[in-house]
Design a protein around this ligand. Structure first.
Ligand SMILES: Nc1ncnc2c1ncn2[C@@H]1O[C@H](COP(=O)(O)OP(=O)(O)OP(=O)(O)O)[C@@H](O)[C@H]1O
Length: 456
């Protein structure tokens, strides 16, 4: 699989060298990506997505529905120029509801929840860009994210949306600052560990800060994880700072804390039944044991070609091992995890983003926030569990939410291989009140057809 861009070629040409595969691929009859009008298939697909999106945005039950246009949301014309250049035509529900509240004066805190892939980033990025004083060369807005990869992605959005503003922005992620350097940018985007370090070394001054944004806020305020660091950073911020929390999930155990962290906040919440995204079809494959699980994975990838996909595993060493075994079987796959050095992580992510890498095997490090529209398949090779070994429905939602972005279709496949993993998956299914459909492991041709149909 995963040669060039031949999304729907299912021939098994595994076992050939890369050169041979490319030659084989170029033999496809009459270039399947071109139609009679001379329009390339990807342009056609894009047009189809846009038409579908227009329908979805007209459906009041969709999280992408809105009544207003961006022009009516009180944004500066320079920001509107940036937004329209990104080809955003209408706001999504969360953008339409949150932006007027976020921009109102006096500023009020916000706890905003909306399904994965529904445009939360634009809501908080536009708020940061609207609130800073561009004549003051000091950090005024700080956005924290749980991973380097997500911080880099938010920066990309900021630079695109702020293209027609004089914004200066800076990273606060590992290896982003030279020794002795001080940040004088208006907006800083970083991860909590590095931000804490920079504050301690006085490389980042918080005295003019007006805005603190936590993306993936429930994760950033999780007592088992990043809460300590995040809280410490907040305690250094000026008291009157506007606090903005966004996530697709706010589980019960962090709710109280989020309210204390962002007191008297405007709140936009989802009901438990609204958490999943309709465009993502969920499946599972019941394997006999862990060896069979690997065989099914490898065989499935031999049979089907998807746009791009992410395979989630529980442990870093599993990511490396599965990558090795898949490579031995002739698949082009790459791993990414949090113990790799910064340069390597950035390279892998950039290659995945621009489509050079088609299959990424990874841990929860990129389970949240990562937005790559071509990803149409997510595999949970290991069912997600939390620090106490309990089924982790939030992580599950975030993982599968790497596909089905902003009205696109996507599929997720859970691999189970014993009673325990089956029970974990069922517990997640019950928590989320969603359907997870079984696909056969003894007829992978059939399995492949079912998945392909779901992606149409
Ligand atoms: N109004 C809009 N019109 C068209 N596309 C949009 C609009 N708003 C956002 N998008 C696109 O939708 C995709 C998902 O947006 P974003 O990454 O902000 O989702 P999210 O809600 O933060 O998801 P997650 O919970 O996974 O972090 C992005 O590719 C973004 O460019």
């Amino acid at each position: 699989m995963d040669i060039d861009d031949l999304d729907f070629v299912t021939d098994n040409i595994q076992g050939l060298s890369t050169q041979e595969k490319k030659a084989e691929a170029s033999k496809e009859p009459e270039n399947p990506r071109n139609n009679l009008k001379g329009e390339s298939a990807s342009e056609k697909e894009q047009a189809e997505v846009e038409v579908r999106l227009a329908d979805i945005q007209a459906d009041p039950d969709s999280p992408l529905y809105s009544v207003k246009s961006f022009d009516k949301l009180g944004l500066h014309e320079n920001l509107l120029k940036g937004i329209y250049e990104m080809k955003f035509t209408k706001p999504s529900k969360i953008q339409e509801r949150a932006l007027p509240l976020l921009l109102a004066n006096p500023p009020r805190n916000m706890i905003g929840q909306s399904q994965s892939g529904t445009g939360k980033t634009a809501a908080f990025v536009l708020t940061m860009l609207s609130r800073v004083d561009y004549d003051l060369n000091e950090p005024q807005a700080l956005c924290l994210a749980p991973s380097r990869e997500l911080a880099r992605q938010i920066m990309d959005v900021l630079l695109q949306m702020g293209k027609y503003t004089p914004v200066k922005s800076s990273y606060a992620i590992k290896d982003s600052l030279q020794k002795g350097e001080k940040i004088d940018a208006h907006i800083v985007i970083g991860t909590p560990g590095t931000v804490s370090d920079m504050i301690r070394k006085r490389a980042l001054s918080l005295r003019s800060m007006k805005l603190l944004v936590l993306d993936e806020a429930d994760n950033m305020l999780d007592m088992q994880g990043l809460a300590d660091q995040t809280l410490r950073i907040k305690n250094f911020m000026p008291k009157e700072c506007q606090v903005i929390l966004f996530s697709a999930t706010f589980p019960e155990n962090v709710r109280e804390f989020t309210k204390r962290f962002a007191p008297e906040a405007n709140e936009i919440r989802l009901k438990a039944t609204e958490l999943t995204v309709d465009g993502i079809k969920q499946f599972y494959m019941d394997c006999k044991n862990s060896q069979h699980k690997f065989e099914v994975l490898s065989e499935l990838y031999s049979l089907m070609t998807v746009g791009q996909s992410i395979i989630f595993v529980r442990r870093r060493d599993t990511a490396e091992k599965i990558t090795q075994r898949m490579t031995n079987d002739g698949h082009a796959v790459v791993f990414l995890h949090g113990q790799m050095d910064s340069e390597r992580r950035d390279k892998v992510m950039d290659d995945f983003r621009n489509g050079e890498i088609k299959v990424l095997i990874t841990t929860n490090v990129i389970a949240r926030g990562i937005d790559i529209q071509q990803v149409n398949l997510v595999i949970n090779y290991d069912i997600p569990i939390d620090g106490q070994g309990r089924p982790d429905a939030e992580t599950y939602l975030h993982r599968i939410g790497r596909t089905g972005r902003f009205g696109r279709t996507g599929a997720s496949v859970n691999f189970v291989h014993d009673d325990e993993s089956l029970e974990q998956m069922e517990a997640i299914q019950n928590t989320l009140c969603c359907d997870i459909i079984k696909v056969p492991t003894d007829d992978l041709e059939e399995a492949q057809k079912i998945l392909k149909k779901a992606l149409k």
